[in-house]
Structures are given as C-alpha cells and as structure tokens.
Write a protein that binds this ligand. Structure first.
Ligand code: BTN
Length: 331
C-alpha cells in the first residue's frame, strides 16, 4: 500500500458500480486500489469539492451520483484507457486565450502526438479567416489536438475533413441532433452553425512537422448569449434541444471518434474519410455562391476532390475548383 490514489481509477470504479446502482464500501475501494480506507475518504472529500456528487450510506458505503460538467479528472477517467493516440494526454485549463495558440506552442516545444489542450473558456478564441470565436466560461467545448502525421502539407485539408466527420458522428450519437457538415468544416444543425474546426500546421514544402486541429462546439450557449450578428446564423445543443448537457462525456466521445478516424486515415488513406464526409455533407448537390479573392461565383456544388477542394459546376458547364473561403448555400 503506497497510500497514493489514482483519481481516474477511483472514479472508474465508482462509475462502474454506480451504473449497476450499487454502493461501494470504503474497504472495498481501498482493497481494489491498494490504499488505506483513510486515503479513500480523503479523496472522496476532495472529489466532492471538485464537483462529484456521492450518496453515502452508513451501512453500504458510497455511490457516485454525478460527475462535474467538465474537469481534467473526469475527462481522463472517461478516456485514457481507450485512447490509441488522440487523448493519451489531457492538458486542461480553466481559461486560456486560445487552445490552438497554446497547442501550437506546446507542439513546437515537443509535446507528444495526441495531446489535447482543452479549456473551460477562451478569452481570444480564433475562428477561420481571422474571425473571433465565442467561448464564455462554463458553456462550450473548446479543444485542440496535437498531431504529427508523416504527410505532405497538401494532405492537411484531410485532417480538417476527418475532424469534421468525427465531430459530426460523435454529436449525432450523443445529442441525437441532425448534424451535417457544410464545406469545408462547419458543423451545422438545421441550417445554423453549431461548431467549427480550425486546423493549423507548421510545415516545410514537403512535410508537416506538426498540426493542431482545433474544435469548437456550442453546447450550453443560450440564445441570449449570442451576439446580435450571430443570432440568425449560429446555434447550440441547448438552443436546439432545450437540454443542458455535461461537457465531459461529449468531449470524451468526440476525442474517441477522432482517435478512430485518425487511425483509419493513417491505415487506409483518404477513401473512408471522403466517403463519410460526402455522406454527412449538406453542401453537395446544392446551389452555392462562393466568394473568391477577386470574384464571386455561383453554381452547383458537385463534389469534393481528393484534396478536399470543392468542385462547383457553373451554369455554362465549367467546373471550378475552390480551395478556401466561405460559401453560401442558395438552394
Ligand atoms: C471556424 O471558424 O469555424 C473555426 C472555429 C474553431 C474554434 C476552435 S475553439 C478551440 C480552438 N481554439 C481556437 O482558438 N479556435 C479553435
């Protein structure tokens, strides 16, 4: 008995027995974890302060009723045994400027592949094209994953597409919302934006040194929290379902799904990602308007190519390849 408790193991134990609605005595927990009963009581007291709710029975012991909305211990206990790459390390912060900025710094300093920087809130969250991203305290999911794929920079768009597929699948499963993907990486529900992805890389001409895939999802954001300019275009899980959700289980499902899609992409290449993206897209087959640097074009979004570019067929039959920018779905 070394007296030191692994909090994640303690929570997993209580979660498993809690799912069976069973109590665990201090003695059983102490035996299972190889620690003293006093150490178990001490940790339960500390976990209660961290937002865990335990029911106590003098005769039977403790039962876990609920965990905190989002915390490092909760995320680790939900994740680490299952993580192959994504989620092997969790770096949790109460508040940050931007998880992408911090993840890029950490990656440059040698942080390991799969490390996740996650924050309860961001004071200067970044969106695509230099836009600001809203991440108030206690509300949304804001996380960034460090990846080190042995790929050329031309493949970087695939990381964004696979992250969009992973996030859309995890959200569909956990919230039952009809989440689709608007090219290239907006997560949409009923025509409004639920979340977005910002992938940033450090690379030379031939090779990616590291990539940071940042994912932001509006979870418990109320409609009153939306600034006027976003009211007609943005939404959240709360606005769509009326249900407040705990963020840790959502983050864990998202990271597990990302782990699966990243492994699949490295093993089998672009095929499965492109197939899934096409299936989840709300863009293909629609008439869209794209604003490029010096012109705007309108046409039918026919497909995406192997590099994730959107192929727009203009009325005269010309197919244009659009690499970046914003599109508006017209009909
Ligand atoms: C978009 O414009 O659609 C992309 C939004 C990406 C926001 C996320 S929140 C977590 C990560 N950190 C950031 O500063 N941005 C990304």
């Amino acid at each position: 008995m070394n007296g030191k408790i692994n909090d994640e193991a303690l929570i997993r134990l209580f979660r498993e027995s809690g799912e069976r609605r069973e109590f665990l005595s201090g003695e059983e927990v102490a035996r299972e974890l190889g620690v003293t009963r006093a150490a178990v009581w001490k940790r339960i007291r500390a976990l209660r302060k961290g937002g865990y709710v335990f029911e106590t029975s003098a005769a039977q012991g403790y039962r876990l009723i609920a965990g905190p909305d989002l915390s490092e211990i909760e995320l680790r206990s939900l994740l680490q045994e299952s993580a192959t790459v994504v989620g092997r390390e969790i770096l949790f912060y109460d508040s940050l400027g931007s998880t992408n900025t911090v993840a890029l710094e950490l990656a440059g300093a040698g942080a390991s592949e799969g490390a996740v920087v996650i924050a309860d809130s961001q004071s200067s969250g970044r969106g695509r094209r230099g836009r600001a991203w809203l991440s108030p305290p206690g509300t949304n999911l804001s996380l960034s994953v460090i990846l080190r794929p042995d790929l050329s920079p031309r493949e970087a768009a695939m990381l964004t597409l696979l992250a969009a597929v992973a996030a859309a699948s995890a959200l569909q499963r956990t919230t039952a919302l009809p989440v689709s993907i608007k090219w290239p990486n907006d997560l949409m529900v009923r025509g409004k934006k639920l979340g977005g992805i910002l992938t940033e890389i450090r690379a030379d001409m031939d090779r990616i040194f590291h990539a940071v895939v940042g994912i932001g999802i509006n979870i418990n954001l109320g409609s009153d929290d939306l600034p006027a300019d976003l009211k007609g275009t943005a939404t959240s899980s709360l606005i769509e379902t009326g249900i407040f959700r705990q963020r840790a289980p959502l983050a864990a499902e998202l990271l597990k799904e990302l782990d699966l899609w990243y492994a699949l992409y490295l093993a089998q290449g672009r095929g499965p990602v492109l197939t899934a993206w096409r299936r989840m897209s709300d863009t293909l087959g629609r008439t869209v308007r794209a604003v490029l640097n010096d012109e705007a074009l309108t046409g039918v979004a026919d497909d995406i190519d192997d590099e994730g570019m959107l192929l727009i067929r203009e009325e005269n039959g010309t197919v244009r390849r659009v690499s970046a920018g914003d599109i508006t779905i017209l009909r």
